[in-house]
Each structure stands twice: as C-alpha cells, then as structure tokens.
Design a protein around this ligand. Sequence first.
Ligand SMILES: NC(=O)c1ccc[n+]([C@@H]2O[C@H](COP(=O)([O-])OP(=O)(O)OC[C@H]3O[C@@H](n4cnc5c(N)ncnc54)[C@H](O)[C@@H]3O)[C@@H](O)[C@H]2O)c1
Length: 449
Amino acid sequence: MSLLPNLNTCKVAIIGLGYVGLPIAVEIDKTLICYKTGKKLSRKIIGFDINKERIDELNMGFDRTNEVSRDDLLKGNNISFSNIESQITTYDVYIITVPTPIDEFNNPNLKPIKIASKLIGKTLKIRKENSLIKNLPIVIFESTVYPGLTQEICIPIIESEMLGKVNKDFLCGYSPERINPGDKGKAIGDIVKITSGMDEKTSIWIDSFYASFIKAGTHQAKSIKIAETAKVIENTQRDLNIALINELAIICRKLNIDTLDVLEAANTKWNFLDFKPGLVGGHCIGVDPYYLTHRSTLAGYTPGVVLAGRRINNYMADWIIEELISVMTSDGFTLSESKFLILGLTFKENCPDMRNSGVLKLIKKIQSYGISIVVVDPLIKKTDKNLPKEIDFYDQIPDDQKFDAIIAAVAHDQFKILNLEFLKKLIVSKGKFVDIKGMLPRELNPIRL
Ligand SMILES: NC(=O)c1ccc[n+]([C@@H]2O[C@H](COP(=O)([O-])OP(=O)(O)OC[C@H]3O[C@@H](n4cnc5c(N)ncnc54)[C@H](O)[C@@H]3O)[C@@H](O)[C@H]2O)c1
C-alpha cells in the first residue's frame, strides 16, 4: 500500500470553522468529481472547532458568518461537525484554519495556532497507534503566518506531541487562503490556490488535492516559506496601496481638492492602480503586515515602508473625526449636546464581522468628545454581546430621530440605495455628512475622504 493517502477517498478534517475553514470544508464535501482528473471523489469530511456553540449552530444548519447556506450544511454529502477531539483521530488530511491575530503591541499572537498544532500532535499520536491505518497523515496549514512559522513553530510542536518526525511519521504543507468574505462574486472555488509541501512528493499530493476541488486551479509554490511569504505580501501590498491613497486624501483635504475626483481622473491611465481611501480593519489587511515586519525585525531588518503604511491606516479614524469636529466647532455646534449617526459597524461591506472594525475606532474617538452615538448595521443583531458599550444600536435606521452628523462608514448594499430626501430628513439644520466610502449623493455636500 502507498504511504500517501488516496486522493479520491481520503478522509479530511478541518480544524477551525470560521470564515475560512467552513467554506473549505463545504467545498470539499460538495465536489464529487475531480476537476483535474474527472474521477469520482468520495471523501468523508469532519469540521472540528473548539467553540461548541458554533458546532451546535452548524449542526442546526445555521452559519453565523453568512458564507454557507443551510442546505449545504444540512444536506451535505458526507460532512459532519464536532467539538470532540476523539472524533478526528482516524482522518488522513488535517487542514488547520485557526485564527492568527496580533496582540495589543501588534506582535503575532500565536496561541491559537500553537494550541491547534498541539491538538494535531496528540491526534496523530493516537492515529499512529491505530494499526489499521497504514498511510501517512498529511497536515496542511492554511492560517496566515509569517515566513518560516510552519517549519519553525508548528512542525516541532506536532513532532514533540506525537513523538514522531515530519516526512517519516506525517507529511506537512502550507496553502494560504485568499477567500474574500461577503463577496458572493468570488467564491472559494473561483480563487487560484497556492499550495506547497515539505518535499516534492508531498507538494505534488497537496497540489493535486486542492486542484481536485478548486475550479480556478492551483499554483504549486517552490517551498512552504515561499507560499507563506506570498500570502503576507499580498495583504501587505493592499495595505500599503490603501495607505498611499489615504495619505493622498489627507493632502487633498488640506488643498481643498476632492480625492475621489482625482482618482477618477488618474484611473484613466492604463497602469494606475484602483485603490480608494478608507478605514482598514478586520483580521487580514490590518494584521498580516505585522507578521511580516515581526519576522523581518527578528532577522535584523526593521521595515520602514510597511510600518509607515500601517501608521497612516491606523490614524485614519482619528483624522476623520478630527476633521469633522473642527468643521462642527467652527459652525457653532455644542459637541457635548450633539448626536451622531454611524451607518455600518462591520469591518467591511456585506460581511457580518465586526472584529477589528475601523468603525470601533471612530466610535472611541467620537466618545472622547462626549458626543452621543447611534449606530445602525443591518448585518449585526441587536443582541450581539460584542457590541461596543454606550452606543444606541439599531439594525434599521431610526427615521424618527435627527442627527448633528451622519457618518457613512460601511458600504453595505442596504446603505448604497439610501436616497437624498430620506437622508436630508435625518439631519439637523447645518448638520454634517461624512462619506468614508464615497456612497452618499454629492448633493449632500459630504466631507469625503
Ligand atoms: N477571514 C478572512 O477573510 C481570511 C482570509 C484569508 C485568510 N485568513 C486567515 O485564515 C485564518 C482563519 O481566519 P478566520 O477568519 O477563518 O478566523 P475565524 O476567527 O473566523 O475562525 C477561526 C475558528 O477557529 C476556531 N478555533 C480557534 N482555535 C482553535 C483550535 N485550537 N482548534 C479548533 N478550532 C479553533 C474558532 O473557534 C473559530 O471558529 C487566519 O489565519 C486568517 O488570517 C482569513
């Protein structure tokens, strides 16, 4: 028998069922014919998560991230969900999709990925003791990490827990995820997947595995480190491009020029990159550059450009509010008696995720002036226990109130269709509009980035 698992019938465990892990689990389950070979696929999938509430919800057909349908969860081919460790010990492929956040000092917080590596090590030890399983398990990390983390941190943890060795007792690879939550036009299968492995045979197996269910195809990177670095530079490049345009927005405001009009003109050049100013939040673009700068600093080089971009993007929320407050103060508003309406709380449009949202920074800054805040977000439940303190929260715009300022912060589809008359009714005389995403009618004369 071959030491590698059978590509068509392998049993796959996904560890961490968030915005990344769940769609992958479902995509593998849904794909019954291999895109590469045309052969029939008959794979058993288990989604594992330490969050029991999440598992209970998935077992009832509810995905709180809005990425996967009820039917895909309840009428899957051969997929199950569990938070019980003993249920994952007989699988062939382990895909790790746990969070890789940063701490309060912007350093990588490796706790979740270290805990997950430990779990894999313990699991593989039990699996190894099962004399009925002959093939080698394959562990694939998908979490975003800094260059080298898989081999320097994760593999040693697995080896020590398993009492075994990579390439001998298990195989390992890395395949970064590029999913774009909330973007229904770019599903997981539409995005080319980078793959990599510790050695040639593992790389080829992992690449064929992803090519079997990712319609868009794969790119086999030359090493795990290359695949890891490719992921962090993708998001770092985005962060820096936005930072450049945010800096332009600050300059344009000083010079009384509309940034979006400038970008519209500049975009007519074939090689001008189409980036817009705005808040950078969430757990990818605002986080991944710090993974790169952390590893680089450890290696003796403190990046200049990357960290400068981070500083500008982190400053935008304060800058927007300072500009608004300066205009309102000149117009005679009494700030402590003012009330602001913020449209949108999530970190990006059409996605219910509010973790690390730039809007949270806006709220903090506004509250520092003693101003009351009403926040509306149709994608967040009023009962969400993570809602910021001391705000009035609604999932629909309260049209019986008037506001001194309205900040259009997140371009949810529901906000993009708000009309001029409706918005005018919500604002006091001389009240101000701030349009962070360029989505309000120009007739309102909003402060635009
Ligand atoms: N969200 C995105 O848009 C996106 C895109 C590309 C890559 N990524 C990367 O993918 C990884 C996962 O991100 P996400 O957005 O899916 O995170 P998430 O927070 O939405 O989900 C992570 C899940 O992992 C679970 N978990 C945590 N520790 C665990 C453990 N030890 N064992 C099992 N489950 C555990 C959590 O309960 C949670 O359900 C991160 O590294 C992230 O940077 C995210």
